[in-house]
Design a protein around this ligand. Structure first.
Ligand code: 8YV
Length: 315
């Protein structure tokens, strides 16, 4: 039987390539010099798109594949997939939830600790001889016992909260509704009010049109010149222009960011700041989790082509 043809939007770790190629005829979109000519030529054969959270599948790509049946996303966030187009055409969509939750939460908390205690500049202090020449490293702010706000108490937000509880932090959260499992955490529906009572504000919201720029000027002003914003979700949740302005004028204390508009290229204004920690969208980036994500991408595709229930369907 002929192997189903799939369109692979971006590269995966090398351990995913062999199993993908043994089960499918793989068309590597990211290798094509002329993307649109490539799509016109292979599109009609393509029955599945295997993509990544931040790369997604735009309507133009979906339209170029008239026999498309399923989009399998390597990532929990599927905001870059045109869900409306998939719904209209009856195309299934899957993602990779759960397997990455703890790693994403770990990195978010690590970013908070690293930024609050100034670990990057402290290392520079040792490396460049400042410790020997100038003496004690400037004092930084404490983490434990302080107030944390979590914008979006879903799987990842809750995993962050559990970690913060171990730091004896005073935790509140925001979202569409109070969560029954949020024991010992205050529910504050208004993100501005949440930011106003937070020293650290974590953004752990699934991105959608409804959450676009939910962190805007008002939230940043409420977080204030002592506050820290930590984003391990999607850049679109934050008004990046407002964030840059707030960091430049120091009306916001600091930020720790794993995601950026237009990544992997980022606004060069970020590179001039000394009050932001910049990370290359790697919150799920451990060998263990990426192996589990790759397997789940393939398991969803295999289940679809075998006519079985999808392990982790979105649509
Ligand atoms: C990426 C992510 O998919 O889970 C998500 O939504 O954005 C990430 O896990 C990952 O960087 C692989 O491209």
């Amino acid at each position: 039987m002929e192997k189903p043809h799939i369109l692979q939007v971006g590269p995966y770790p090398e351990w995913d390539e062999a199993p993908l190629q043994s089960a499918f005829t793989v068309h590597r979109y990211f290798d094509a010099a002329d993307k649109s000519a490539f799509l016109s030529s292979v599109g009609p054969q393509v029955r599945a798109i295997a993509t990544r959270g931040e790369l997604g599948a735009a309507r133009s790509m979906i339209d170029a594949c008239p026999n498309l049946e399923i989009v399998s996303v390597y990532g929990v966030g599927y905001d870059a997939v045109d869900l409306a187009a998939c719904r209209e055409k009856g195309i299934r969509v899957t993602n990779t939830p759960d397997v990455l939750t703890n790693d994403v939460a770990d990195l978010g908390v690590a970013m908070m600790l690293c930024q609050s205690r100034g670990m990057i500049s402290a290392e520079r202090w040792v490396q460049d001889g400042s410790w020997a020449a100038k003496g004690l490293f400037p004092l930084k702010r404490r983490v434990w016992g302080r107030r944390a706000g979590i914008l979006g108490l879903g799987r990842i937000g809750f995993a962050v909260a559990k970690r913060l509880q171990a730091f004896d932090m005073d935790i509140a959260y925001s979202g569409p509704a109070a969560k029954p499992y949020a024991e010992g955490m205050e529910f504050i529906s208004d993100p501005v009010a949440l930011a106003a009572r937070s020293d650290f504000l974590f953004v752990t919201l699934a991105a959608s049109a409804a959450t676009r720029h939910i962190v805007g000027r008002d939230v940043l002003a409420a977080l204030g010149d002592e506050g820290m914003l930590i984003n391990i979700a999607r850049a679109s949740n934050i008004d990046e222009e407002a964030l840059l302005e707030a960091l430049e004028t120091r009306t916001l204390g600091s930020a720790a960011l794993d995601v950026f508009e237009g990544e992997p290229k980022l606004n060069p204004r970020f590179l001039k700041l000394d009050n932001v920690l910049l990370q290359p969208h790697h919150a799920s980036g451990t060998i263990e989790t990426r192996k589990a994500m790759g397997k789940l991408v393939r398991d969803n595709l295999a289940a679809h082509f075998a006519g079985r229930d999808l392990p982790t369907p979105v649509l």
